[in-house]
Design a protein around this ligand. Structure first.
Ligand SMILES: [Mg+2]
Length: 223
């Protein structure tokens, strides 16, 4: 019986600085006329509770003095992110795993996903970048009542595979807190270029991370 290695998506499997993060920037600019910096987005993310980029966009716009209804945020965000015919910022996304990484990991682990994305958003990227690969289990925002940092998604996975060790890999404090709440070992991904990396490392440490890597391609070193 293999252990389960569960990945967060954004910042772990997918590089989203030019997709989700850029959509936050464009959307805030649209409603407020102000440009939020990547560093300020990292500051919000490090505070925890801002895993959902629609909620985060609404909050930043509000903090910039422009309250916007949530549904209005979602509609505009998706115009930037999805575009008219799937030609939006999502096309700027990149795939982190180098060729062969997932295949090597799969020899020792069952590979799954626990993401705050809705399933259709996760599927869009997986069809594009890993069409022949199946992640199982795959827990998306649609599958949980409480989003990260709630441990619900990881608890669901643990309950579905009783007696199996579960390890979670994520890139935010909400991921680390979700794992800690579920009693699941956590490996943090902190990019060398992260503008608040020292803060993030301290947050990972206080949440009990068993290891930190700069990129998912280093994960074999710490397993
Ligand atoms: Mg993430």
């Amino acid at each position: 019986m293999k252990d389960l290695l569960i990945f967060d998506m954004d910042g772990v499997l997918t590089e989203v600085s030019e997709s989700y993060r850029a959509a936050v920037v464009q959307c805030v600019l649209h409603f407020t006329g102000q440009r939020v910096t990547p560093d300020l987005i990292n500051e919000y993310k490090n505070k925890g509770g801002w895993n959902n980029d629609w909620d985060l966009t609404q909050r930043i716009a509000s903090d910039f003095g422009v309250p916007v209804p949530h549904s209005t945020i979602v509609t505009k965000f998706n115009e930037f992110f999805l575009g008219e015919n799937g030609n939006g910022l999502i096309m700027q996304e990149r795939w982190f795993p180098a060729p062969g990484l997932l295949e090597r990991l799969e020899r020792a682990f069952q590979l799954g996903i626990f993401t705050g994305r809705l399933r259709y958003e996760a599927d869009m990227s997986l069809r594009r970048f890993a069409p022949s690969f199946t992640f199982e289990p795959m827990i998306c925002a649609d599958d949980v009542v409480r989003a990260k940092p709630s441990p619900e998604g990881l608890q669901t996975i643990a309950a579905r595979f009783p007696g199996r060790r579960v390890v979670y890999v994520g890139d935010t404090v909400d991921d680390a807190r979700s794992a800690a709440g579920a009693g699941v070992p956590f490996i943090g991904v902190a990019a060398a270029t992260h503008s608040r990396r020292d803060d993030l490392l301290a947050l990972f440490a206080s949440a009990g991370a068993i290891a930190v890597v700069e990129n998912i391609n280093e994960v074999e070193r710490v397993l």
